[in-house]
Design a protein around this ligand. Structure first.
Ligand SMILES: *[C@@H]1O[C@H](CO)[C@@H](O)[C@H](O)[C@H]1NC(C)=O
Ligand SMILES: *[C@@H]1O[C@H](CO)[C@@H](O)[C@H](O)[C@H]1NC(C)=O
Ligand SMILES: *[C@@H]1O[C@H](CO)[C@@H](O)[C@H](O)[C@H]1NC(C)=O
Ligand SMILES: *[C@@H]1O[C@H](CO)[C@@H](O)[C@H](O)[C@H]1NC(C)=O
Ligand SMILES: *[C@@H]1O[C@H](CO)[C@@H](O)[C@H](O)[C@H]1NC(C)=O
Ligand SMILES: [Zn+2]
Length: 324
């Protein structure tokens, strides 16, 4: 009797062991097919209505790759690189009008392809496609990249593709097809008036698929002054949303963009498709693995040269001192 019960439970567990993987496989298959149901951690509920960052590998295999973004930048491990010269910006100072859309994951501003970047050791000229942002809750931590473990309240990505490509999906197939300029934000006491056109438009696009046209803005208004854009971090990574293609040359600027607490908090009025506040729209940092982060600031090299000369002078002074 006891024995047969045991056999029953064994039979049951064998059945479960077979069934569970099949169910998971089926679930992953439907996820791949539907494709669009990835979400941020802030949207994940106990009843798993969407696929959070830990499971993005199920949505797209590339999200489990070894060169993913964002990363935490450890400043004592960065390598100064003289080839990381200042960028040459084309059209960044020109006013344009672009579609601003709540796409269910972020707010995105479409950019005219006449906007370009060159230099900065990029392998080719790149043209702008769109910009979007990642933010926290009511001005709390919300950047994707962090520096020495510090997360900033917001991060803006200006997405460019190599000029020869027609669109982002084509550029994603090229290892250096995409160049993203990343800008970290910092809370300031006073409001940054240059952001008002964008922030004022948010109330018109609180729900996914809502769109409006932003007029009279230029990219120059949304980034630090050009003379302050010579210092940036460079590494090879991925897009930070599924499909996570490892096709992005990252340039993350050291100088931050100031916004007041109220301006930062304004982004939290946007909503996800379930009507919940669109907050904490960032992917957690990914392992750096074998990658190196480079730094454009030749100043680091200059400082170490000065230190070397000083230590030589001191040691020669010390070696002279006994004879004095
Ligand atoms: C999931 O759980 C939330 C509460 O955590 C509830 O509001 C929602 O209706 C549930 N959704 C489904 C599909 O069961
Ligand atoms: C992207 O461009 C390629 C090549 O021209 C084209 O085949 C494809 O349909 C385009 N995809 C989208 C989403 O527009
Ligand atoms: C927002 O909507 C209001 C009212 O419909 C409209 O007057 C205004 O122009 C819109 N602003 C933007 C930037 O879309
Ligand atoms: C925003 O989208 C929602 C849902 O699609 C729609 O009901 C609403 O009318 C839209 N609002 C505007 C201002 O377009
Ligand atoms: C430019 O950079 C310097 C040094 O980091 C900083 O003190 C200054 O506030 C920056 N200017 C602006 C307008 O961001
Ligand atoms: Zn992004």
């Amino acid at each position: 009797m006891f024995k047969s019960k045991q056999a029953d439970s064994e039979g049951y567990s064998t059945f479960t062991m077979l069934l569970v993987p099949v169910l998971f496989w089926f679930a992953s298959l439907t996820k791949v097919v539907s494709g669009a149901d990835w979400c941020y951690q802030s949207q994940v509920t106990c009843n798993h209505t969407c696929t959070g960052p830990e499971e993005w590998g199920v949505v797209s295999q590339y999200c489990s790759g070894r060169s993913q973004s964002p990363v935490n930048i450890v400043t004592r491990r960065i390598l100064p690189d003289e080839r990381l010269t200042p960028f040459h910006f084309t059209g960044y100072q020109e006013a344009f009008h672009g579609r601003l859309i709540n796409n269910g994951h972020t707010v995105q501003l479409d950019l005219p392809s006449s906007i370009r970047i060159e230099g900065g050791n990029l392998v080719a000229p790149y043209k702008a496609v769109q910009l979007h942002l990642h933010w926290g809750k009511d001005g709390g931590p919300g950047s994707e990249h962090s520096i020495d473990g510090e997360q900033f309240p917001m991060e803006m990505h200006i997405v460019h593709i190599k000029e020869e490509h027609n669109n982002l999906s084509q550029a994603e197939k090229d290892r250096t097809g995409v160049a993203v300029l990343g800008f970290l934000f910092e809370e300031s006491k006073s409001a940054n008036k240059k952001f008002d056109p964008l922030i004022n438009a948010l109330k018109n696009i609180t729900q996914p698929t809502n769109r409006t046209t932003l007029t009279g803005v230029s990219l120059e208004m949304l980034i630090p002054p050009q003379k302050n854009m010579t210092k940036y971090f460079r590494y090879d990574g991925s897009l930070t949303t599924p499909g996570c293609h490892e096709a992005t040359v990252w340039s993350l600027f050291e100088n931050t963009v100031p916004l007041s607490r109220n301006q930062l908090a304004a982004f939290s009025q946007l909503q996800f498709s379930n009507g919940k506040q669109m907050v904490e729209t960032y992917r957690p940092v990914q392992p750096l693995n074998a990658r190196q982060v480079y730094y454009s600031g030749g100043h680091v090299a200059l400082v170490s040269t000065v230190l070397l000369i000083m230590s030589l002078l001191i040691s020669s002074a010390l070696s002279l001192s006994p004879s004095v």
